[in-house]
Write a protein that binds this ligand. Structure first.
Ligand code: ZN
Length: 346
């Protein structure tokens, strides 16, 4: 190996540009066409101090200064007495590297569970609406290509769904999409910008408007709290961290958005998100003068229709954590109530 630096001949204040050449056979300093043998093994070596050049002082008083970072390596190649110490230091560095590697899963876990959810909320508020709409279109395309098929229901079901949505969406902010659910079964899910997908299978289960109202209000709760945007930001944060750690930034966004499992995973919300959507649904029901029993009623039906199919499909969207939701709704006493109209608050 070759290290460039400056040679100071013994007893003179001259400074010459030189290259220190080291291999297993020995070492030399080359200056122009001069070639000076030197005994690197016996040289005194200065310690590394920040970015200062390090000096090798030879037995005859000559000195070679270099800033080359590979000086320690050169000493090992030459068999310098300090080399064993250096190897030890390098091993130490490896121990640290291994320790860091061992801690990585803990770090990733911490970021996933505490870090990203924390930053995703404020971040989701500043994601431009155009980007969110683009996400809707993209996710819908994937779902339509792979999972959903056109609705086969007659108009009476569609009209009912449109009428119920209009009751709680006077501004027309939400777009209702009815599809045959297939593997999703009786289900509903909200896309980031406010498209609400409801399956034929779900609409067939609905007996009273209040039940559908409860489902739509729950999904609107997810949109209002920007749950899917937050979920995607969290997933993106995790993917970016992993790729940063393992050095592959290529195609992170592609991986995130193109694969169906990822999309579905993003639409399966955490329990906290479900709780927020539940709270919104119950608030809307109260405002509309509909008993909370309608929520319990539709959840019961959906659970019954999905049980058995659940594990094979993975856990999706509306039903992702609904045994839990049913319990929570039950805890409010609503399960004991009939689904029907109650007096509106003033
Ligand atoms: Zn939900």
């Amino acid at each position: 190996m070759e290290l460039s630096g400056h040679y100071f001949p013994p007893g003179r204040s001259q400074r010459l540009d030189g290259i220190l050449c080291v291999d297993a056979a020995g070492s030399w300093i080359v200056m122009g066409d001069r070639r000076l043998a030197c005994d690197l093994r016996a040289a005194e070596v200065s310690e590394r101090v920040a970015r200062m050049p390090r000096s090798l002082t030879f037995a005859d008083g000559g000195r070679f200064d270099t800033q080359d970072e590979r000086l320690d390596e050169a000493l090992i190649v030459a068999g310098h007495a300090r080399a064993s110490g250096l190897v030890h230091r390098l091993e130490n560095r490896w121990l640290w590297a291994l320790l860091a590697l061992a801690l990585t899963p803990a770090l990733v876990f911490g970021l996933m569970h505490y870090g990203f959810p924390l930053i995703a909320k404020p971040l989701s508020a500043v994601v431009p609406p155009a980007a969110v709409s683009a996400l809707d279109a993209h996710i819908l395309e994937i779902l339509d290509d792979h999972l959903l098929t056109p609705s086969e229901l007659d108009d009476s079901h569609r009209e009912r769904a449109a009428r119920v949505l209009a009751q709680i969406d006077s501004q027309g902010e939400y777009r209702l999409l009815i599809r045959k659910g297939g593997a999703l079964g009786a289900n509903a899910l909200a896309l980031p910008a406010g498209a609400l997908i409801v399956t034929d299978e779900l609409l067939e289960q609905v007996e009273q408007d209040g039940e559908l109202l409860a489902v739509l209000a729950h999904e609107i709760g997810h949109v209002r709290e920007r749950h899917s945007v937050r979920q995607i930001l969290q997933t993106a944060g995790v993917a970016l961290t992993l790729s940063g750690l393992f050095g592959d930034l290529n195609g992170v966004t592609d991986t995130l958005l193109v694969s169906l499992p990822t999309v579905l995973q993003q639409l399966a919300y955490s329990r906290d998100f479900e709780r927020e959507a539940d709270a919104h649904a119950l608030r809307v029901l109260a405002e509309q003068g509909v008993s909370a029993g309608c929520y319990a009623s539709i959840l019961g039906k959906l659970e019954a229709s999905q049980s058995g199919a659940k594990e094979t499909d993975g856990s999706y969207a509306f039903l992702s954590s609904h045994p839990g939701t049913a319990e929570r709704v039950g805890a409010t006493g609503s399960a004991a109530q009939e689904c029907g109209r109650v007096a509106k608050p003033d």
